[in-house]
Design a binder for this molecule. Structure first.
Ligand SMILES: *[C@@H]1O[C@H](CO)[C@@H](O)[C@H](O)[C@H]1NC(C)=O
Ligand SMILES: *[C@@H]1O[C@H](CO)[C@@H](O)[C@H](O)[C@H]1NC(C)=O
Length: 217
């Protein structure tokens, strides 16, 4: 009633607000009932999930790069648009729980330079596997090949090589399953591991031995 007179507007607004009120009440009541049903239904499940989460703290689980060797990261001499890479990484996963076994359903690793995907690991990483309590598993993804890069990435590599440090990112994707009694919890996490190397030379691969934690993304 946008064109009505002032009085009409008042009446209309009153009716509107009454209608709105009862509608809101209805919605609220419906929501409340619905929420209550959800609570009744989900509470046992939620409690289990929260308990599992508190026991396992999957958010505290982080892979680690112990060391890495960069044998090549260079632009092809012929056209300067192909980036040749050769990277090997020791990637370790530590189950620090004292009783619980972690099941690794899927493990993936991909290397990136300045946002450009170099490639996934040459060989599929072993999965699924089980990792006992207080154990460390070390996987050895290797990345070798060549990718076409744009001039921005090529320029960034030239800049980093000249400055004496090149940075490579290894992205790790994990699907883990935690199992307690009958309850199972599957978590998916992605991590970034940042590695830095001196420029590799033809006959002397660059070594990263500082070790670094990977960070959940
Ligand atoms: C690539 O390097 C340039 C120069 O340091 C930087 O500005 C840019 O954000 C980098 N791109 C990515 C995706 O990391
Ligand atoms: C943990 O690792 C050690 C060797 O590193 C092995 O002997 C032991 O069986 C492993 N425990 C489990 C539960 O997998």
């Amino acid at each position: 009633m946008a064109t009505g007179s002032g009085d009409d507007d008042g009446g209309q607004q009153q009716i509107n607000s009454l209608a709105l009120g009862s509608c809101l009440f209805g919605c609220f009541k419906g929501l409340f009932e619905c929420a209550w049903q959800c609570v009744q239904f989900w509470t046992p499940l939620t409690v289990i999930v929260i308990l599992l989460w508190l026991i396992y703290r999957p958010d505290r689980f982080r892979p680690r790069v112990d060391s890495a060797v960069l044998a090549a990261l260079q632009l092809d001499a012929t056209d300067g648009q192909q980036l040749r890479y050769d990277l090997a990484v020791d990637l370790s996963f530590r189950n620090s729980h004292s009783r619980l076994t972690i099941r690794y359903l899927d493990v993936g690793a991909t290397a990136f330079y300045n946002g450009t995907k170099l490639g996934p690991a040459d060989d599929a990483l072993p999965a699924p596997f089980r990792q006992g309590p207080k154990n460390t598993t070390v996987l050895h993804p290797a990345f070798r090949g060549a990718v076409a890069v744009d001039s921005g990435v090529a320029a960034e590599l030239e800049r980093e090589l000249a400055s004496g440090t090149v940075h490579v990112r290894v992205s790790v994707a994990l699907t883990l399953m935690y199992k307690v009694w009958l309850a199972k919890e599957v978590v998916f996490y992605k991590y970034d591991c940042w590695l830095w190397f001196p420029p590799p030379a033809n006959d002397t691969p660059a070594v990263f031995d500082a070790g670094t934690q990977c960070w959940a993304t």
